[in-house]
Write a protein that binds this ligand. Structure first.
Ligand SMILES: [Zn+2]
Length: 225
């Protein structure tokens, strides 16, 4: 349908100021849609009320220099075991099984530490807190997070948001979601809106689905201060 056709770019008119000198229409060819670069620059500037393409260039450069942003990804899995409390996001959740591990096996906090340290290029949770070190036996993972987060902040980073997926067949986690978010936001000294968390089952397959393990994924966005 696009082949050979030419369309007018809807947000731009030829008669508007500096645009009279610029290409104003994307070019639709058989294989691609080409949007002229000056048009893209003008559009960015017009959003922010800047005038000329030159001003827009400097605006784009300023924006790029304003923030050094990085993303980080964390993942953790622990086996379920009878006789241990289930701790997720530093909240104790009533369940007949807990998670096996050297520490309290809080997969939410372990994945968070790995996401933060991964984004900042710092040693991961296993390097910072080896599971062979008796000091960390049964430790509350909030203590590990506090130590890792202090290093993270000292390295000049700030957390913008953290998003989690907890993988557990049972129990249903939605009743505990507000408490987990509140506690994580407290530990990270951020607003609760900067922390998000979802629960997913394992669809009764695999180690999560068969209730042999629980896992957590975490992604963070961080900014250099
Ligand atoms: Zn872990």
């Amino acid at each position: 349908m696009l082949s050979g056709a030419r369309r007018t770019w809807p947000s731009v008119r030829r008669s508007e100021g500096p645009l009279s000198m610029l290409p104003t229409e994307p070019i639709f060819s058989r294989h691609a849609v080409v949007i002229p670069k000056p048009l893209i620059r003008w559009d960015i500037g017009s959003w922010f009320g800047r005038g000329s393409p030159a001003a827009c260039d400097s605006f784009v450069m300023e924006s790029m220099n304003m923030a050094e942003l990085r993303v980080g990804l964390g993942y953790d899995l622990h086996r379920t075991i009878i006789g241990r409390p289930l701790i997720l996001g530093n909240i104790q959740i009533p369940h007949e099984k807990g998670l096996e591990g050297h520490s309290d096996a809080d997969i939410v906090i372990h994945s968070l530490i790995d996401a933060l340290t991964g984004a900042a290029g710092l040693p991961d949770v296993g390097q910072q807190f080896p599971n062979t070190d008796p000091r960390y036996k049964n430790i509350n993972s909030a203590e590990l997070l506090k130590a890792a987060y202090a290093v993270f902040l000292q390295a000049g980073w700030r957390l913008l948001n953290a998003d989690f997926v907890i993988l557990a067949q049972r129990p249903m986690l939605s009743p505990y979601k507000p408490a987990m978010i509140k506690r994580l936001a407290e530990l990270l000294a951020v607003h609760e809106s900067q922390v998000n968390l979802k629960g997913k089952t394992g669809e009764r397959v695999g180690s999560v689905g068969k209730e042999k393990a629980m896992a957590c994924q975490c992604v963070v966005l961080i900014e250099k201060t």
